[in-house]
Design a protein around this ligand. Structure first.
Ligand code: FES
Length: 143
């Protein structure tokens, strides 16, 4: 079973994919087709968060609203008309870490590192959606 052609924004460009299998996941697409291997597969059933990516779409006021989702259970056709952000998108032009990544480093907010891209993407969505609440990233953000 396939779907119609989908279009979505990733890495600043519109991507168009035809004949997308309805059950292909965003994680499969990222790792096997787009070769964006920063997004990890842990449980592959929506429990661990290692695969967390962020979807963006315009809200009713025209603002970009971000939502962290588990790529392992998010089907690829649902990306149509949305923006997809992965940990690769957070790297600054000069290679600098995003403030949420730096906060994780500064506060030793890591375990083995395998799940870290998922932690980062969840924090990034929170940071974007609630900038006034979050203030500058600090150790309080990662505790
Ligand atoms: S790989 Fe565990 S939630 Fe997706």
């Amino acid at each position: 079973m396939t779907t119609q052609t989908i279009r979505f924004l990733q890495h600043g460009a519109v991507h168009e994919i035809a004949d997308v299998p309805a059950t292909r996941t965003v994680l499969q697409h990222l790792r096997e087709t787009a070769l964006c291997t920063g997004t990890k597969e842990g449980c592959a059933e929506g429990d661990c968060g290692a695969c967390t990516v962020v979807l963006g779409e315009l809200d009713a006021s025209g603002e970009l609203a971000l939502k962290a989702v588990n790529a392992c259970i998010q089907f690829l056709p649902t990306l149509d008309s949305r923006a997809l952000f992965t940990v690769e998108d957070l790297r600054g032009e000069d290679g600098a870490l995003h403030p949420v990544q730096q906060a994780l480093v500064d506060c030793h907010g890591l375990q083995c590192g395998f799940c870290t891209p998922g932690f980062v993407m969840s924090l990034w969505a929170l940071y974007h959606n609630h900038p006034a609440d979050a203030g500058p990233p600090s150790c309080a953000l990662v505790r």
